[in-house]
Design a protein around this ligand. Structure first.
Ligand SMILES: NC(=O)c1ccc[n+]([C@@H]2O[C@H](COP(=O)([O-])OP(=O)(O)OC[C@H]3O[C@@H](n4cnc5c(N)ncnc54)[C@H](O)[C@@H]3O)[C@@H](O)[C@H]2O)c1
Length: 438
């Protein structure tokens, strides 16, 4: 099928590349000319395992083409996927400016009746509104389908190619069938494709993210209670997670969730509920608990060193909002670094892939280190914020030698208390007793 993807970010690029990989003829369009130029040279502008290879292979095979020419992009396709950002406004509602501007521009260029597939996460009713808006403007009929994306950054290609389920929200059966056919190659392992009402699909995406965010805030609150009572939350986690009704996923205590989705989608759902006159106090609490949790490492640091950190230096390992991505949007590490700088501390940061994005954010206010051990050199303590694999079994002797004092604030509970005791580190983690060797 001839397809166009509008927006070549995490969702658009993965969607375009994976659909080209199953034989479709895909044009990927973006307003960002620099991004399109890089993609045309075969360079992937984001770090996402496996994506570069798929982009290069399909571009070479002539099935994936990048352009900044909207007319060319629109004329090419039978179906146009829109995957532009829907960031939060001040009041928590999603900003649909990019979506509206794409819808208008596509409508103006329409040369045939087409299916427009909204991949961006959008509030209930957006599909109806976009369909009406485009049909009012265009010379040909537009049918809008909602096809929410459930990929996780870091495993995005795998998630797209082997989804747990595909959700298609459509009011026109024929449009739903065309989009279903596109996804069939990815569900040969009998995973389901659910066709539902468009508004239900829109709601499904928000409900899924809110549910996952709620689990994280839940375990973080339990961890904080454990912390106060001197209980190890890991033992409690094992005790509840083995219950088949509960499970272990998304029950890892930590420094809070981040990224471009959970924070904004929970807030957007609160906003949608308020507009519908419905209380959303549980969802509001999920957000508030997380906002507080993003401060947990800073609270522990000032608890140990005092509020004024003048003359102190802290090493930070892991700044991406999660491992295997270079995305630092809403990352808890960014919150920690901001707080440390406000308290007059110096910060030395390390991340396997996200340092370039961090530098765009903090410039010369902090120092950047490609080697994890160089980062801790002469630091008063180390804070770990992202659970990259390479941080799991470091050389603790080397760390002791390099740190000014052997203190770790671990926002991801990477190390066992026994190991930390044996290596004689002062160790402050989440929801577990602190270790303070004599
Ligand atoms: N990132 C994720 O893990 C993820 C997962 C599921 C759903 N989503 C949703 O998908 C949507 C996109 O997210 P993302 O992370 O891929 O965003 P992103 O910021 O990485 O990418 C958005 C892209 O759209 C482009 N763009 C903006 N305005 C444009 C316009 N007028 N015309 C053409 N291109 C334009 C930008 O240049 C950018 O390349 C959001 O609604 C998000 O909530 C994201």
């Amino acid at each position: 099928m001839k397809l166009t993807v509008v927006g070549t970010g995490y969702v658009g690029l993965v969607t375009g590349a994976c659909l080209a990989d199953t034989g479709n003829d895909v044009v990927a369009y973006d307003i960002n000319a620099e991004k399109i130029a890089a993609l045309t040279r075969g360079e992937c502008p984001i770090f996402e395992p496996g994506l570069t290879e798929i982009i290069q292979a399909n571009a070479r095979a002539g099935r994936l083409f990048f352009t900044t020419d909207l007319r060319q992009a629109v004329h090419h396709a039978e179906a146009i996927f829109i995957a532009v950002g829907t960031p939060p406004r001040e009041d928590g509602s999603p900003d649909l400016t990019a979506l509206h501007s794409v819808a208008d521009a596509v409508a103006d260029e329409l040369n045939h009746p087409k299916i427009v597939v909204i991949k961006s996460t959008v509030p209930v009713g957006t599909g109806d509104a976009i369909e009406a808006r485009m049909n009012k403007r265009a010379r040909h009929a537009v049918r809008v389908v909602n096809n929410p994306e459930f990929l996780k950054e870091g495993t995005a290609v795998d998630d797209f190619q082997k989804p747990d389920r595909v959700v298609i929200g459509a009011e026109a059966a024929e449009a739903a069938d065309r989009i279903r056919e596109l996804h069939e190659p990815f569900v040969r392992n009998q995973r389901p494709i659910f066709v539902m009402h468009r508004a239900a699909a829109e709601m499904t995406k928000y409900a899924a993210n809110a549910c996952l965010a709620a689990r994280i805030s839940f375990i973080n609150q339990i961890a904080n209670i454990c912390d106060a009572l001197g209980i190890d939350v890991n033992e409690v986690r094992t005790g509840i997670g083995s219950d088949g009704r509960i499970g272990f996923q998304f029950l890892y205590p930590g420094a809070g969730y981040g990224g471009s989705c959970f924070p904004k989608d929970v807030q957007a759902l609160v906003h949608v509920a308020r507009r519908a006159g419905v209380e959303a106090d549980l969802l509001e609490a999920v957000h508030e608990v997380n906002q507080r949790q993003r401060e947990v490492l800073f609270r522990k640091i000032t608890g140990r060193f005092g509020a004024d950190l003048t003359g102190r230096t802290f090493a930070v390992w892991g700044v991406a909002f999660k491992p295997r991505t270079d995305d630092i949007r809403e990352a808890p590490a960014v919150v920690l670094i901001e707080r440390l700088l406000e308290a007059a501390a110096a910060v030395r940061a390390h991340d396997p892939v996200a340092l370039a994005n961090l530098r765009r954010r903090f410039g010369d206010r902090i120092s950047y280190h490609t080697n994890a051990y160089d980062t801790v050199q002469s630091a008063d303590a180390l804070a770990i914020v992202t659970e990259w694999n390479e941080f799991r079994s470091p050389d603790f002797d080397e760390m002791r030698r390099r740190l000014k004092s052997p203190i770790i604030f671990d926002g991801r509970n990477l190390y066992s208390l026994t190991t930390m005791q044996r290596c004689r580190f002062a160790y402050h983690s989440i929801g577990r007793p602190s270790l303070r060797p004599a």
